[in-house]
Write a protein that binds this ligand. Structure first.
Ligand code: SF4
Ligand code: SF4
Length: 394
């Protein structure tokens, strides 16, 4: 018997899952109503009953090999139909939080998901570093108190407060670190999902467009939920488009985005679009969570609040910054710029690799691996069918 056939329950896994919001797990008695209610569950990749069972048995390794938790888009239909109030939708969400902390090798993710204190503390620490960067007196020629910095308080001179060359370099360094951290996490996830599988390179290549389409559109979401699938999918699509545009403007096109003159140019219009959709969609999400309106908003873990609130504050501070610049309010512009950076930088360097935002990479990756495995199985089946047909002909 191979080592993989032995079941190794992990008691710590169940405790961690509870801390991540899976307290209702024990109520499940495996009736499978949830799987039949789930619009995204398939014969090949059935969920959430299977994952509830893996979690109840403490089978951590099997869960790490299963793309199921990421194939769920959290419509909440299964929770509404569960006769035991075991809340399988929220338990799947708890599994995604747990898995995110397992992909992260630094241990920060686990700390953040298990404690509000740690999550706020880590975000606040990065924010304080940003504020100090702009406020400590120094002689590099920028910042609030620099002698050669924004001495011009009568008119906005943003380039003297935050020189675009320095901020641009900071952006690139941040994006590189972010990319590396995410890639390491994705590699750890990928190795779990493909453990013990023999997959030819051609299957990875042919299914690659699948991952790109899913990553950009998250189109499976529109089929998730009997009542609000298309609505939630469109809202998420707009949110991601705003976030993606803002990230690209700041990281790739900063010299064209943060310019000294206040006249309108092409980056301004993209910035307006991004700010509008970020503000609109985050307010919509926050209101839905307050009203507990749809299945996916019935239960809110602390990280579920942090996600729209940080985005909302980033968009709001960006809009205020723009207004102060256009109306030539110098000190208000400099201070708002600093506050904007103290929101945006921790949000990117902490929440993307260690928090909820990692799902933007993990979900398409899981859908991709599931499609690759499925294509391998299909070609094996058609090969077997062809062989038996050949035998019959003989
Ligand atoms: S979570 Fe609920 S519906 Fe699903 S198997 Fe358990 S008891 Fe049944
Ligand atoms: S929350 Fe929705 S997508 Fe997720 S398992 Fe339940 S029914 Fe399926």
């Amino acid at each position: 018997m191979s080592e993989r056939n032995f079941v190794k329950p992990d008691a710590q896994f169940i405790n961690d899952l509870k801390k991540n919001g899976g307290e209702s797990l024990k109520k499940c008695y495996q009736c499978a109503t949830c799987t039949s209610a789930c619009p995204l569950s398939t014969e090949e990749n059935g969920f959430p009953r299977k994952q509830m069972l893996l979690a109840q048995w403490g089978l951590k390794d099997q869960l790490l090999e299963d793309p199921g938790p990421w194939l769920c888009f959290y419509c909440g239909d299964c929770s509404e139909r569960c006769p035991r109030n075991a809340d399988p939708g929220e338990t799947m969400m708890a599994m995604r939080r747990y898995l995110t902390s397992q992909y992260d090798w630094t241990g920060l993710s686990r700390l953040m998901y298990s404690s509000v204190f740690w999550e706020i503390g880590i975000l606040a620490t990065v924010a304080v570093v940003i504020v100090l960067f702009f406020t400590l007196p120094h002689n590099f020629g920028f910042g609030l108190l620099s002698r050669s910095g924004p001495t011009a308080l009568s008119t906005v001179m943003l380039d003297r407060f935050a020189p675009v060359g320095i901020v641009d370099w900071g952006d690139r360094i941040m994006a590189t670190i972010l990319g590396l951290l995410l890639l390491i996490n994705a590699a750890r996830m990928f190795s779990g999902l493909t453990r013990g599988e023999k997959i030819p390179l051609s299957s990875y290549i042919t299914q690659l467009p699948h991952m790109i389409i899913q990553g950009v559109t998250q189109i499976r979401w529109k089929d998730c939920g009997s009542r609000s699938g298309i609505r939630n999918w469109l809202r998420h699509l707009f949110l991601v488009s705003g976030y993606g545009i803002m990230f690209t403007l700041v990281v790739v096109f900063l010299p064209w985005f943060q310019v000294n003159d206040t006249s309108l140019h092409w980056t301004s219009f993209l910035g307006y679009y991004a700010a509008a959709v970020l503000l609109g969609s985050t307010v919509w999400i926050i209101v839905d969570r307050l009203k507990k309106k749809t299945g996916m908003h019935r239960f809110s873990h602390f990280s579920d609040w942090l996600f729209p609130i940080l985005l909302f504050l980033a968009a709001l501070s960006g809009i205020l910054l723009h207004v102060f610049r256009m109306t030539d309010m110098a000190m208000a512009t400099y201070v708002t710029y600093m506050i904007h950076m103290a929101i945006v930088v921790p949000m990117l360097v902490v929440e993307v690799p260690f928090g909820k935002w990692g799902h933007l990479l993990y979900r398409p990756l899981a859908i991709y691996v599931a499609a690759v495995k499925s294509s391998v199985r299909e070609s094996a089946m058609s090969e077997t069918a062809a062989q038996s047909q050949a035998v019959q002909q003989i």
